[in-house]
Structure formats: C-alpha cells, structure tokens
Design a protein around this ligand. Structure first.
Ligand SMILES: O=C(O)Cc1cc(O)ccc1O
Ligand SMILES: [Fe+2]
Length: 451
C-alpha cells in the first residue's frame, strides 16, 4: 500500500538544466578528481561507465555517465523470461504484433488495476519498428494500484521511456537518485537506467512513449529565438542518493519487447556519486512557455513541441512530444480550433486533465485518461459540435484550456495497434467517427449562375 503521508521535499533534490554535464556525490569526496577510473576510486567504490550513445558519437550528441557504486551492475544471476507477469500482460511471452488500421480510433479512459504495479500494469497500445534494430517506438499506458515489489528494479534496454503522469504521483527511485513526478509532469528515463516506482497518494495512471532510436532533445527554436517553449533550466535531474544492503533483489528487464527477471544479492540503488550527461530527468508541463498567432490563422502544432526525437530526415521526427496547454486565442477572422487535415505523420493523443478544445468532452468524448489515434493520412479535425461553435463564435480574445492539458505523440511512422488495445481492453469507441464527423452539415452555397 502507498504510504499515507506525503514525503518531505528533502527526499527529492534536483540539479537544473537540459543536456547538461552534471556531477553529484552523496558523500563528499566520492567522485574521483581528474580521472574517471583511478586504480582505486574513493571509499572502495567501483567505477562503471554507462554509455547512452556509441563511444564515437560526435561530441554534440555523445551521451555517457560515470557511476561510482558499491558493486557493479554486472553482479547478478542470469536473466530468465519473467514468470511474474499476469497472464495476458502485453509484454509477456511472444513478441507483440502490430496491426495498422486506417480508421480513426479513440479509447475511453484506460482502467487502473488495483492489484497491478507499474510493471505488471504496463500495457502496449501501439507502436512501429523494432528495438532489435533500434528503429521506431512503442506507446504504452500504465495503470497501477500498488508499489512495485520492495526489492525490485526495472529497466528497458529497448528504449527511452517518456512517462506522462496523468493520475496519481510517482515516487521514482533511480540509480541516479529520486524523482517525484506529479500529474502534469513528465519524466524521461533513458534506456538501461534501473528504477522502481512507488505510489505516493493512491493509484497511478499515465502514458509512455518508448523511443527505440536515439534520444529526446529540445526542438530548434528558429526565428522564435533563444527562449520559449520548454526552457532548458526547467528540466530537473536527481542528485545522487544511495542505499546499501545485501538482501535479494529482482531486476526486471524489458529486452527485445519481452520481460526478463534476474536475481542479485545486493541493492541496485547503490550509486554514491555520478557525473555525466546521460541521466533521468523530469519536467513540469506547467512551465511551458506557449507561443501562438497574434494576428490570424491557426499555426502548426509544432510550436507546442516539448521534446523531439529526430530521424535522419531533416525536420522529420521519429517522435515529437507536443502539448496543448491553457493559452489565449486572439487570432482575428480565423477558425480557431485545429483545421481539418490529413497528415503524413501519425498522431496519438492523450488527455491529462480538462477538455481538449477540438473535441467534445464527457462520456463518449475525449476524456482524461483516454486516447485517440489518427494514423498516417487519417482524416480528422474538429467534431461537428466544435465546428458549429467555432465557426459562429464572437472572436474576442479567449482563454482556452484552463485547467486542461492534452498532449500528442506525433510520429513519422505508421503506428500499429495491438490485440490488447484494439480488442482486449474494451475501450475502443466504436462510434467515434460517426459521432465526430457523421453530423457535419453541408455549408456549400454557390452563387446562383447568371441566366
Ligand atoms: O489533431 C489534433 O487535434 C492535433 C492538432 C492540433 C493542432 O492545433 C493542429 C494540428 C493538429 O494535428
Ligand atoms: Fe491532427
């Protein structure tokens, strides 16, 4: 059960900045000075190098950290296919199959299983590509009512986890230190980093974008200049915090889309000090500095990009993480909601809280904890109610989205859905298309032809 008291703030300490070279030590003097791997590191610690990119990646994109720990991560028994996942878990057993469907899909809020933890409560919703060739991504949801086992840690070798907390707060203990992630905040746990998730105030639910290739970065700002959108200083990395015990621990690995367990006889959170630029971090979406049109027309949603994972094709992301925060709409002579459109990118959307301004809310609509998928070239846009309202609204300055936060995982890849998300979860709204666009009225009234 989660503890009933909210932990004190001192439990979570951060250092600020995106893509920084940080250094932190829980015991003064535990970082070697002037060397990474001295013959004997301070206090009898082991030095362990942790590479997030190839050794030879260019300097501007090279990611690595040095960890100084009580025992190396290598000290564990062999991994075996996990037997601890409930049957039907979408990462249990065989490698998942993705089915690509051209229809617009929308899901009611996903369930929270009271008896599940962060790992057993993970469900694969959609994806493309293959972690074995470091290509593509996966989209998961999690819904859990209890802490991970007290002596269990998890890591994904497949991809970086971008965790969007929708409901309930996560106490994430990582090898690098602790992160508190509340609804409306995100955490990024790059691949390989071991962590465990406890619940702080009851059940948790949220979304995960797992990136099989590369890592997330801040988008270019172009003519916007050197500030706005997500500012670098608002990203927070943990400070080193370690535990030391020789009890039995289970390490669960997501490896090639399946889960494996290994036992070890020491605490994996034994990193006393670290330095480097490969680390987990969090970001409060409320700090996003939103920009928009102050004249006319609805700009592309790329102006709301928090983080991007570029592909080798210029300007084309494997995945963008985009948000729709509360903001003022002031555009004149403009249909202010998103336009009707078809996109060569696929658009997976979720709702953290409130209403999304392009879609009806409430039962049968786009609801917090639910999702939608408008796949490659899937036609979509405002539903008929939104169209009626917006095309007749008085265009005074208007604040939209108060108390609301929607987001989009936008990808250049065609996303497939899983047997779980299409059928088993029983959340697909069968009448999504009909309810949204089936009642759009013809507005066409051509001028009468001269006789
Ligand atoms: O489809 C959506 O609701 C997401 C979206 C929002 C927007 O403002 C412009 C384009 C777009 O795809
Ligand atoms: Fe869209």
């Amino acid at each position: 059960m989660p503890p009933s008291v909210f932990p004190t703030a001192e439990k979570y300490q951060y250092q600020n900045g995106f893509g920084c070279y940080h250094e932190t030590e829980a015991i003064p003097g535990s970082l070697p000075v002037g060397a990474n791997s001295p013959q004997k590191p301070p206090y009898g610690l082991y030095a362990e190098k942790f590479s997030g990119t190839a050794f030879t990646a260019p300097r501007h994109s090279n990611l690595q950290s040095w960890l100084y720990r009580i025992l190396p991560a290598a000290a564990h028994r062999p991994f075996e296919l996990s037997k601890t996942q409930p049957s039907g878990h979408s990462l249990q057993g065989s490698v998942p199959q993705f089915t690509q469907v051209p229809n617009q899909l929308r899901w009611d809020p996903f369930d929270i299983a009271d008896d599940a933890d962060f790992v057993t409560g993970l469900r694969l919703v959609a994806g493309a590509g293959d972690p074995a060739i470091k290509s593509g991504l996966a989209i998961h949801v999690y819904g859990a009512g209890r802490n991970m086992d007290a002596h269990q840690a998890f890591y994904s070798a497949d991809g970086d986890f971008l965790i969007v907390a929708q409901h309930g707060s996560l106490d994430i203990q990582t090898e690098f230190g602790r992160l508190l992630v509340r609804p409306g905040e995100i955490a990024v746990i790059p691949r390989g980093i071991r962590y465990r998730v406890d619940l702080l105030q009851g059940p948790i639910r949220g979304y995960i974008l797992e990136l099989f290739e590369g890592h997330f970065q801040l988008p270019e700002l172009g003519p916007i200049g050197s500030n706005c959108l997500a500012n670098a200083r608002d990203f927070q990395a943990p400070v080193a915090a370690y535990e030391d015990d020789e009890t039995e621990w289970r390490i669960t690995a997501k490896f090639g889309n399946r889960l494996f367990d290994a036992i070890q006889d020491h605490n994996p959170f034994d990193v006393v000090a670290w330095h480097g630029n490969y680390y987990p971090y969090k970001y409060d979406l409320g700090r996003f500095n939103t920009v928009g049109s102050i004249s006319y027309d609805h700009p592309d949603p790329s102006i709301f990009t928090v983080l991007t994972a570029p592909s080798p094709i210029a300007g084309t992301a494997v995945a963008d993480f985009v948000i729709f925060p509360p903001r003022w709409l002031v555009a004149e002579d403009t249909f202010r909601p998103p336009w009707y459109h078809r996109n060569t990118m696929s658009e997976f959307m979720g709702l953290i809280s409130g209403d999304y301004d392009a879609k009806a809310a409430g039962k049968g609509g786009f609801q917090p904890g639910g999702a939608s998928l408008h796949n490659v070239m899937g036609a979509h846009g405002p539903d008929s109610q939104t169209f009626e309202k917006a095309s007749n609204a008085e265009l005074a300055p208007q604040k939209v989205g108060s108390g609301s936060m929607a987001f989009m995982f936008e990808s250049s890849l065609m996303l497939g859905v899983t047997e779980w998300s299409l059928n088993k979860c029983q959340k697909v709204q069968e009448l999504y298309n009909e309810h949204s666009w089936g009642k759009l009225k013809r507005q066409f009234s051509p001028p009468s032809l001269p006789l």
